[in-house]
Design a protein around this ligand. Sequence first.
Ligand SMILES: [Zn+2]
Length: 285
Amino acid sequence: MAGYRGEKSLVFHLSMLPDEKYYIFHGIRLLYQGYYFQIDYLILCSAFALVLEVKNISGELKFEKDFNQTTCKKNGNEERIKNPVLQAKLQAKKLKGWLKEHNCTAIPIHYLVVNSNEKTTITSSSGNEQITRHICNSEDLIDKIDQIANFNKEEKLDSKEMKRIKRLLLAKHTPENPDILKQFNLSPLELLSGVKCPICSYVPINLHYGTWCCPKCKLKSKTAHIPTINDYFLLVKPSITNAELRELLQIGSTSIASKFLTSMNLPFTGTYRNRVYHHPPKNQK
Ligand SMILES: [Zn+2]
């Protein structure tokens, strides 16, 4: 909840930025030199780009000049954590490389670590300005952005190039699709099969002549299987066969299963008997 609240307050502060000047990208994930990197918030305007690394760490954060170390003290325990400023700096460097790789006009790329936890205190050893000027609390973010804007007044990107970079970022963004079952140490066999009632969540509901009927709340639906199929794509694998679908929905009829798959307009490969249906591409909702 602390993370959620922190994020919400950050979104509130960012909403103060004028839309016509800034593009804001949240959680953009890009491939660079064989690895993905993800930027919490990327702010782009015609004069510069700004990478925000958002931290919601509770306790006391201390930045030490020696060895560029960061420690976090909580409930009397102090431990070293990854220096978030160096993390942000690295993200900015990767973004710079990525933009260059895609033949974008060079622009200054700034970076900031934003503390979104109101209860966290930040301290720093003296002579550490190289690090501390890249840190702020979320309520200070807009002032920081104004400062950066004042130092970077020269417009490097015309509106056409801005739009091109925006389209490029969105097209190349690859959302992470983690293996959730593996993460929770579950096997696909442990998932309940059958279709869930969209109203009362009862599993499994029954199919009568092409209509799903819930024995508990008496709901009737023609589309209740669609969320089940989408869940399967996300939880088990990004493709499904007719036999797998019958198993999943607990239905016997090959022709009904085929009808369901066809009506979802899923891309498919293979000929009729061994046809495999695929999860739709990410830009197709
Ligand atoms: Zn029901």
